[in-house]
Design a protein around this ligand. Structure first.
Ligand code: GLN
Length: 498
């Protein structure tokens, strides 16, 4: 029995994979349905920088042919996905949402995207993001901001889909992609997932290869899946993860069978509740969602334990020194010679070309980060800022390691607020940075962390809960996420207005 196009876009990763494998529908039908939905929403949501319907169809045809020939199918067989435009895709323009990379067509494929294609996934298009993944709202994109499919009750004000993986979060929550890749340097998978009522996991630093991902802050950058539920995240992460000799920080460890090991029974597990995350003036709805999460994990059999993460308040300032420092170094390569844009004023020399190209190519937020980064790395200030931030980073890691002596997983809110309105924060970078307050500690410590939907706030907007695990214990994080998911009963979705 063949389903209508509309019904196919209701399906997530597991349902598509299983339906294609059993012959309920073809991969080509699924790709066509999502291609149509993505094209239809593009004008309103701007979730993609570039749509690649032919890529989705091409991958689907291969899967359908493999199935017809009785060949084994991959983990993501027949699943069309959105690819954050930070992953280099061979032959398809890759921009990092920056003018400086406009026209850059990589002659190579990132390891993670290649693994997904090898697993049978297809590409719906390159998803919009904050420029070079710097931002929390998608407003720093050079290709226009993404508009969240969500709206406050009784309002048509445009909301941020979160950032930097805001194209990914918007596409998955609007059901124009069953899943999407994200990257998380200081929360860019978790915060947009929380803002749009979907799930997303940043694995342990090193699980997913960084090779071929446009670098922001190399000691923090991690790729991960964004999808409708925990199981879909587990499936996609299995396809994305794995050792890569081309990335010197890649973990040389086998990829566990996360999906088949999923287990929401938390008896015998201890869940830590970090006191320091309960900040003065915390949004009442966020506090309530956190309390609900505690009750759900108790109900799943876990013991709840208060923990201290004493250096939490220094995490944000340390992150906003370390990340820009690494960014300023990583972004030195955009010089008008090697990639994309070149601005060569009449009669200008080499230095003038560098300056003109960088001034024309980088957006304001990227320039701000480069300036902060070069400042904190400069001879007179290195010790006062950069060295100090690195020490803080170590203390934050130690706090977590101490806590994990007692607890198995930590529960906290993902973000201090629900989605904010577009334009509400752009003029105040500090307020924007503060939105990352709960996300950056796990990034600095390299820990696996996930956001799952917990409920709606008083304005009808999604709130996310964050689970942080021991290094390499993605399973513990996914299991606790599943325990919450199965109790939260989160079925809300944005009403279609596009
Ligand atoms: N919002 C944070 C920043 O602007 C995190 C970004 C990210 O994780 N890529 O740096």
């Amino acid at each position: 029995m063949s389903k209508t196009d509309n019904a196919l876009t209701e399906l997530g990763v597991a349902a598509i994979r299983d339906g294609v494998a059993s012959g309920t529908f073809t991969a080509a039908e699924v790709a066509a349905a999502f291609n149509t939905a993505a094209a239809e929403a593009q004008g309103a949501l701007n979730a993609f920088i570039k749509l690649t319907p032919e890529k989705a169809l091409e991958a689907a045809a291969k899967v359908d042919a493999a199935r017809a020939a009785g060949q084994p199918l991959g983990k993501m067989a027949g699943v069309p996905i959105g690819m954050k435009d930070l992953f280099a895709t061979c032959g398809t323009e890759t921009t990092a949402a920056s003018k400086i990379l406009e026209g850059f067509v990589p002659p190579y494929e990132s390891t993670v995207s290649q693994k997904l294609w090898d697993a049978g996934a297809g590409m719906l298009g390159k998803l919009n993001l904050d420029q070079f993944a710097m931002g929390s709202s998608n407003e720093t994109s050079a290709f226009g901001n993404v508009i969240s499919p969500w709206r406050r009750e009784g309002s048509t004000a445009e909301l941020a889909p979160g950032g930097s993986s805001g194209g990914s979060s918007a596409a998955v929550s609007a059901r124009i992609a069953p899943a999407a890749t994200g990257t998380d340097t200081g929360g860019s998978i978790r915060q947009p997932a929380a803002f749009t009522g979907i799930s997303g996991i940043k694995p342990t630093y090193g699980r997913c290869s960084r090779w071929g991902i446009v670098a922001f802050a190399s000691s923090l950058d991690q790729a991960g899946p964004m999808a409708r539920d925990v199981r879909d995240c587990a499936i996609m992460l299995e396809a994305m993860a794995g050792f890569d000799p081309k990335d010197s920080t890649s973990l040389n460890m086998p990829v566990p069978a996360w999906e088949t090991s999923l287990n929401a029974d938390l008896r015998g597990k201890k869940v830590g509740i970090p006191r320091e995350y309960r900040m003065d003036g915390m949004d009442a709805d966020v506090a309530r969602a956190w309390d609900d999460g505690i009750a759900w994990l108790k109900d799943a059999g876990a013991e709840i334990v208060d923990i201290n993460l004493a250096h939490t308040k220094y995490a944000l300032p340390a992150y906003y020194i370390i990340a820009p420092a690494e960014a300023s170094s990583n972004l030195a390569r955009y010089d008008g010679v090697r990639y994309g844009l070149r601005d060569l004023p009449q009669g200008a020399g080499l230095q003038d070309m560098y300056a003109a190209t960088r001034a024309a190519g980088f957006g304001a937020e990227v320039r701000r980060r480069i300036l902060i980064g070069t400042y904190v790395l400069s001879a007179g200030f290195y010790d006062a800022y950069y060295t100090q931030a690195q020490k803080v980073r170590t203390l934050i890691s130690r706090d977590f390691m101490d806590a994990f002596q007692t607890v198995d997983v930590i529960l906290a809110p993902t973000a201090p607020t629900a989605a904010f309105g577009l334009g509400e924060m752009v003029s105040d970078p500090l307020a924007m940075y503060l939105n990352d307050v709960f996300a950056v500690p796990a990034s600095l410590a390299g820990l696996p962390a996930m956001s799952v939907p917990a409920g709606l706030d008083r304005q009808g907007l999604p709130l996310g809960l964050q689970l942080i695990g021991r290094p390499f214990d993605e399973q513990g994080v996914l299991d606790a996420g599943l325990a919450i998911e199965s109790r939260a009963g989160f079925t809300a979705r944005p009403a279609k207005w596009w």
